[in-house]
Design a protein around this ligand. Structure first.
Ligand code: ASP
Length: 305
């Protein structure tokens, strides 16, 4: 676990800020969708996470960002892929859901749409933080496409053992669920590569009948096992509890050599967080336990705080 105490503190702080942003919405009677947007926006603005500012680089040293949101009540969803000039891709995804008949807009078209909705474009330099250059260099040296948690060179102290992609799931006072995910993808990915995060049913899914789900990890594997939809189907047709469904699906991901983690929440408030790596940044807050719980390592969802 080559994470410094300072880094760990930053992760816990970032998670707590995000939980606060989401909880503020939920505790004042706001919707699960708005809570998810607020929680994710907070993490996109925080350079410690691999989303928005601080996102990982493509093989050409650029940031191409993906994000998605889904409303479990209406089954409406919105997503953007490969955007390079939008500070908060989750906001653009939300607007795709709210204001278009589409689910996923990509690249230049997504940016044009965002501008038409009043979202200003930002310069590429906004997203750049130094450690991502180092990670790209290391990934290239080892000819790897890496997750934020991968450690292409164990001597590099900046490498993380955990996930930087951000996701949030929420249940509101009206019993509605929502899920969202935002990411820079994988270090050294080919330009134009789109991962699982903005693919509804792969990295993100929500349905009041079952659960709200957000995934992180080797995107290609989550796409091919249809991870998030697969969890929904298990809950719906096999009546698996959500904690069991996420474990079963992560096993499917593991069988094809995928690594990652999943968070899920059902309409009764049952929550699951499961991962097959050394750690996954995670946290909860809820009306039955209105304190912020955050964790990075361990297998127990919340062992540290
Ligand atoms: N799932 C993301 C992707 O493949 C990466 C991650 O979660 O770290 O784009």
């Amino acid at each position: 676990q080559n994470t410094s105490p300072e880094e760990l503190a930053d992760y816990h702080k970032g998670l707590e800020e995000s939980l606060k942003a989401g909880w503020q919405v939920l505790s004042s009677g706001g919707s699960a969708v708005d809570a998810v947007v607020a929680a994710i926006k907070s993490m996109e603005d925080n350079p410690v996470f691999n989303a928005g500012k601080g996102a990982v680089f493509t093989s050409e040293g650029k940031n191409e960002l993906d994000a998605a949101i889904m409303d479990g009540k209406t089954l409406d969803a919105g997503a953007v892929a490969g955007v390079e000039h939008i500070k908060n891709p989750i906001e653009a995804a939300y607007l795709v859901m709210k204001d278009t008949p589409h689910v996923l807009l990509a690249s230049v078209g997504a940016e044009k749409f965002a501008v038409s909705k009043g979202i200003p474009l930002t310069g590429e330099e906004y997203f750049v933080i130094a450690k991502r250059h180092e990670q790209l260099k290391a990934a290239k040296t080892h000819n790897k496409i890496s997750l934020d948690h991968d450690n292409p060179d164990p001597t590099l102290a900046f490498n993380d053992n955990k996930y930087g992609t951000v996701g949030a799931v929420a249940l509101d006072v009206n019993g509605n669920l929502a899920a969202g995910t935002s990411t820079g993808g994988m270090t050294n990915k080919l330009p134009g590569r789109v991962g699982d995060s903005p693919i509804i049913g792969a990295g993100t899914y929500a349905n009041n009948a079952t659960a709200a789900i957000s995934c992180t990890g080797t995107g290609e594997k989550f796409i091919t096992v249809g991870a998030a939809q697969n969890i929904h189907d298990r809950c719906r047709f096999l009546h698996e509890p959500v904690e069991e469904a996420i474990k079963d699906v992560l096993l499917e991901v593991q069988e094809i050599e995928g690594v990652g983690g999943i968070i899920a929440l059902d309409a009764k408030g049952n929550f699951g967080a499961f991962f097959n790596a050394k750690g996954m940044l995670r946290g909860t807050i809820g009306s039955s336990d209105p304190t912020f719980h955050t964790a990075v390592f361990g297998t127990d969802p919340f062992p540290e705080k």
